[in-house]
Ligand binder design. Sequence first.
Ligand code: IPE
Ligand code: IPE
Ligand code: MG
Length: 315
Amino acid sequence: MKFYCNKVIGFTKKAVRLSIGGGYIKIAYYDYIGNIDIAGNWIFYGDNDGLVYGKNRRKSKKRATRLIRDRICTFNAKEAIMENSLPKHIAIIMDGNGRWAKKRFMPRSFGHRAGAQTLNKLLKEADKIGIEHITVYAFSTENWTRPKDEVNSLMNLLREYIDDYIKDNETSNIKIDSIGDLSRLDEDLRNKINTLKEISSCKKGLNLHIGLNYGGRDEIMRAVKKMYGELKSGNIKESDINEELFSSYLDTKGIPDPELIIRTSGEMRLSNFLPWQSTYSEIYISDKLWPDFNINELNKAIEHYKNRDRRFGGR
Ligand code: IPE
Ligand code: IPE
Ligand code: MG
């Protein structure tokens, strides 16, 4: 019997997990009977004995049998290996700039400036290793409650950051957009951000999504309002509403959910970052303060991610 798989969901140390129809199965590497065809498709031929699923082999086999009945399993081995080695989307809570500056008896703005440089270096490295998306939390909906001085210095730093990007645009490979409600930002800054998006839209490298006046709850509320408007005007019906449709009203429309979320400075909370999108993200907490974060630390986080068994609610 041959069976079909739509997608490789993930890998564990001993098995590959494949999605089949609505569910998924795990196939132990040492159990598969298969071949790689000329196009690089890894075809599994097997009967139910070729499958191992969780500890309860009997129950698992029953479920697997139901899932794979008369289907052909084929997926691209090269893609699978890529998928195994790297998360496509990493989201980062860049925290600890203030503490970094304090340790040096410097104002907080000094820490934010160092943090922006850290981000620039890291993006170049991440692009080289083939990460497709990075979302960074730069300014949250709650950060407005900080002293006016600090908010101003953060906004000015952002202005500078954008000007520098526009100046060195030729040398950059990074495509930039933003998530969050820009309407609260000053008009000149909004214009700069739009120019930045336009200029970088032709880039072919890493996609950087900057969280600016971003708050997960605010994002969800705005999405609800937009959806409600569409419902009232008859563009959608109640029966159209599902997770996929709802996601399309979020700022992250079209961006895959992050497989990995990194927070620096040792804090173990998400602080209103991507609540809808992070339901199955692996979370990595680094003790480094953000300005001290670098590619080695990123690689550590990725290694950690690779060794986790992502079960998506299964066993
Ligand atoms: C993160 O660093 C940057 C922003 C929130 C803009 P912090 O400013 O929160 O630094 P700590 O947490 O006070 O050290
Ligand atoms: C999260 O850091 C927001 C950003 C990194 C932009 P905060 O420092 O603002 O979060 P809390 O206050 O520690 O939760
Ligand atoms: Mg902080």
